[in-house]
Ligand binder design. Structure first.
Ligand code: UDP
Ligand code: MG
Length: 324
């Protein structure tokens, strides 16, 4: 199997047949072995019936129906678990992404990149509710993670299988796949792709998505930078609080002892005590985090590194962790 195309579907009944036709037209030209996996994410319209008809007519199509609406990240994740292709492409079911772009993305993968991210440079969505928040979110993500891309939210992406099989997604994290991927050392690039107006059905998201994106960003940022060394961040905060707290305390004690100034009516005293306690709590939190990190890695036999390739003597015994 060479190519897997993964499409999350939530109430897209009017789009599916057109999408499937467009896809097949493009993919047939590639003359490669392929599968198209539709994930029906708990649709309540006729999407599933339409998908099952499409599947009957073409055995390259697979339909996975989730029990309820788990969200786009979960749907994509289900697709990644099913995918058998060496190359994996994801796209929206709403016809906003253009299947004609798929061969271009694949070419980039063949150039050696592990991930190619689509960039909807001429995005056809509502300005205030969608494009503006997206520009802000993209800027924030780009500043706070090490991958510089223009459009993290674009579902049209292409991956190498080895990369995606190493990534686990939670919450609404599909738009952080590039950040997570770069965290494990993937080479990433972006490519301008066509974007079309939504003709049928409604967008599933509104402006409130931005807050959720920011919260997810904090998680991703923390996990990428400190998941295996939490004391480094909590300890740092703790030290900062302790030093300031004790500094202020010393200053107050000096004033009391040397100049006989009363302390009872000084808010600064309370503040310094607060800082000392907060500092202790940060440090203990960091230590608990360290314990958690060990439990996380050791219970699952999960190494704290990701291997790209091993060149070795054929006679060497297999290694239980790397499986090579
Ligand atoms: N989608 C999904 N589950 C959800 C929400 C959306 O599978 O809970 C699918 C949806 O059917 C579409 C894609 O994810 O194929 C992107 O959704 P949408 O077009 O609403 O997002 P937008 O393009 O507005 O960012
Ligand atoms: Mg859309």
């Amino acid at each position: 199997m060479n190519l897997s195309v993964i499409i999350p579907v939530f109430n897209e009944e009017k789009n599916l047949e057109i999408l499937c036709q467009e896809l097949i037209n493009v993919l047939d030209k590639l003359e490669t072995e392929l599968e198209i996996i539709f994930i029906d994410d708990g649709s309540t319209d006729k999407s599933f019936n339409i998908l099952s008809d499409l599947q009957k007519n073409d055995d390259r199509i697979e339909v996975v129906r989730l029990r309820k609406n788990f969200g786009q990240t979960a749907a994509l994740s289900a697709g990644f678990d099913r995918a058998r292709g060496d190359f994996i492409v994801t796209l929206d079911a709403d016809l906003q992404n253009d299947p004609e772009d798929i061969p271009k993305l694949l070419d980039k993968l063949k150039d050696g990149y592990d991930l190619v991210n689509g960039w909807r440079f001429d995005r056809k969505d509502h300005f205030l509710s969608r494009r503006l928040p997206s520009v802000v979110a993209n800027k924030i993500i780009s500043i706070s993670t090490s991958v510089k891309l223009h459009d993290y939210g674009c579902t049209l992406k292409a991956f190498k299988k080895e990369l995606i099989k190493n990534i686990r997604l939670y919450g609404e994290m599909h738009r952080f796949i590039p950040a997570i991927a770069s965290g494990i050392g993937a080479s990433i690039t972006e490519l301008k792709v066509n974007h079309r107006e939504r003709r049928f059905g409604k967008s599933k998201y509104g402006i409130f998505r931005t807050t959720r994106v920011i919260l997810d960003l904090i998680t991703v940022k923390f996990l990428l930078s400190y998941a295996s060394r939490p004391i480094q961040i909590f300890g740092l905060l703790g030290f900062f609080c302790e030093i300031t707290g004790f500094g202020i305390l010393l200053y107050l004690i000096a004033q009391r002892q040397l100049f006989d100034m009363p302390l009872a009516n000084r808010p600064l005293l309370l503040f310094s005590i607060l800082l000392v306690f907060m500092g202790l709590q940060f440090i203990t939190l960091g230590l608990l985090g360290e314990l958690q990190a060990r439990t996380y890695h050791e219970t699952q036999n999960k190494p704290i590194y990701v291997i790209k390739k091993i060149l070795k003597n054929e006679d060497r015994d297999d290694d239980p962790i790397t499986g090579n």
